[in-house]
Design a protein around this ligand. Structure first.
Ligand code: F6P
Length: 543
């Protein structure tokens, strides 16, 4: 890795200087001085068109950011990742989600193993299973075909499957019901199963470690529910399959490992929707569509791997995020898909971006002296426009926004789609250019109201356009954000692939659980707030 600390790099210093010069400039001026920027500041790959011209950046900004990427050794680290080197240093693991979507016949040998061959072996087994469920050949314990598929998992073992199911619902089997249970709150599983018949229901227990307490609690309750309805433990074999890297724990739970689909420690949870964790997705949309999705991922991977940095979509988006976070003090980035099927995409991105780049030490363990991962959030348009967009337009914070739109709806109706897309372009325009005091006055506005109606503008957007939402496009879109996250993490010199920050809460919850369950008053040795809260809860529980 690069030895020069981030803030001492020549390109960083040049960017500081450059920011002092252009940071205050308005997008109105930038467009007036350079009317061609809308045609020029764009890039295209894997069916995605990116317009980044409405960013507070010039050609010089982009040149310096690319220089920063070079000086941060982005290309070398990217190549290390693609070769299967252990770039997840704190967990001493390779990071090879890109191998999950390499085509059949390709080969990537890592530490003596052809991982692509292994990937396709599992994909073929998944396809066989998905076909059997879809055709009705896979029968439940009483001989009925499966009608309901319930994925039990949390984090990456839930958010990817549920996002992909919702995103690709148009391509899914409508005679099958899909549910996703993640929360240890019992309401989640109770509501997910209350109208289902156990003899037609298949549970896919998805957990990389098969040790996550929420997932195991839900899997045990699902088993109770099933055995309660069907009257025998023997029913479990036809109604439970597992997706995991841990065969031992799967067997311990009582799922036959012949009904287990594996993956590998080099697939991070939040990078796993295209591994066997996508089993429910494959049952929903079929193996062919699943393969199309993998091809979309792969096309974006290849673009990221080979395109020049200045034309590379994930690199451009990642660098712009760094520009705003570190030079404008931006705290959050909005992602607004103008596509109802992508309603869970922002939630999916939250884990991808924040679990990856929410880190405060470098790969060498040094505490950073700059900001790292921003908060990512969002909602589908146009809904957000009628709730929180007010703050983006006129609030005191700068929030760059990605707007995602499509050339055609999968459910065309009257002029809905043009109405939808007009809003994408209108929002980007309003955010960038706003409305000046003179313009407001010229409308004959009551002078007292003028300041309230002024829109200062100069709020940046990226606009992403694609023809329509297909499995291929979804793969490309997810890979775009994955590699943008990698780009950001590389500049910041952090490990984007570990997640130690989630561990302490798990350990403390395991200590507290018996204190909540104890029939007699436990001896509490926490801080006074935690002790009082536990006592209060125990009293509430008994009242
Ligand atoms: O607690 C965080 C986490 O480890 C995520 O990284 C992961 O996606 C999720 O929990 C679920 O883990 P598993 O698939 O092992 O159940």
């Amino acid at each position: 890795m690069t030895t020069t600390p981030l803030r001492d790099r020549a390109s960083w210093k040049a960017l500081e200087q450059h920011h002092a010069e252009i940071g205050g400039r308005h997008l109105r001026e930038l467009f007036a001085e350079d009317p061609g920027r809308g045609e020029r500041m764009c890039a295209e790959a894997a069916g995605l068109y990116l317009d980044y011209s409405k960013n507070r950046a010039t050609d010089e900004t982009m040149r310096l950011l690319v220089e920063l990427a070079r000086e941060s050794e982005l290309e070398r680290r990217r190549d290390m990742m693609f070769r299967g080197e252990r770039v997840n240093t704190s967990e001493r693991r390779s990071v090879l989600h890109v191998a999950l979507r390499m085509p059949k016949g390709a080969s990537l040998v890592v530490e003596g193993v052809d991982v692509v061959a292994e990937v396709h072996e599992v994909l073929d087994r998944m396809a066989g299973f998905a076909q059997r469920v879809r055709s009705g050949e896979w029968k439940g314990h009483t001989g009925k075909p499966i009608k309901n598929i319930v994925n039990i998992g949390i984090g990456g073992s839930d958010l990817g499957p549920v996002m992909a199911y919702e995103a690709l619902r148009h391509y899914s089997r409508r005679d099958l019901t899909f549910r996703f249970v993640s929360n240890v709150d019992s309401t989640d599983i109770v509501e997910a199963t209350r109208d289902l018949f156990a003899d037609e229901t298949l549970f896919v227990v998805s957990s990389k470690t098969f040790g996550t307490s929420e997932t195991l609690a839900n899997a045990h309750s699902a088993r109770d529910w099933l055995v309660g309805q069907l009257g025998t433990e023997e029913a479990v074999a036809r109604h439970f399959v597992a997706v995991s890297t841990n065969a031992e724990r799967v067997a311990e739970f009582g799922i036959d490992t012949a009904n287990m689909f594996g993956f590998w420690d080099w697939v991070g949870g939040r990078y796993s929707m295209d591994s066997a964790i996508g089993l429910s997705t494959m049952v929903a949309i079929g193996p062919e569509h699943f393969r199309e999705m993998l091809a979309g991922f792969h096309e974006m991977d290849e673009h990221f791997r080979t395109a020049p940095l200045g034309e590379n979509l994930p690199v451009l988006m990642g660098l712009l995020a760094v520009w705003y976070v570190n030079f404008f003090g931006v705290q959050s980035i909005g992602v607004m898909p103008y596509e109802q099927y992508l309603k869970r995409f922002p939630a999916y991105l939250q884990q991808l971006t924040m679990e990856s780049n929410g880190k405060h030490v470098t790969l060498d363990g040094e505490v950073v002296d700059y900001d790292t991962g921003p908060v990512y959030w969002g909602e589908p348009g146009t809904n957000g426009q009628h709730s929180f967009y007010q703050l983006i337009h006129q609030g005191t914070r700068l929030i760059p926004v990605d707007l995602i739109g499509f050339g055609a709806s999968l459910n065309p109706l009257r002029d809905h789609h043009d109405l939808l897309m007009a809003n994408v372009f209108a929002q980007a325009q309003a955010l960038a250019f706003g409305k000046t005091e003179e313009e407001v006055r010229a409308e004959g506005t009551d002078p007292g109201v003028v300041p309230h109606r002024v829109m200062r503008g100069n709020r940046p957007t990226n606009v992403l356009l694609a023809q329509r939402l297909t499995p291929h496009l979804l793969g490309a879109l997810v890979a775009l954000y994955e590699h943008s996250v990698f780009t950001q993490g590389t500049i910041w010199g952090i490990d984007s692939f570990d997640q130690w920050g989630v561990e302490l809460g798990k350990v403390l919850a395991a200590q507290i659980t018996p204190e909540l369950e104890s029939p007699t008053d436990p001896d509490l040795t926490h801080d006074s707030s935690t002790n009082t809260l536990i006592r209060h809860y125990r009293a509430l529980k008994q009242s």
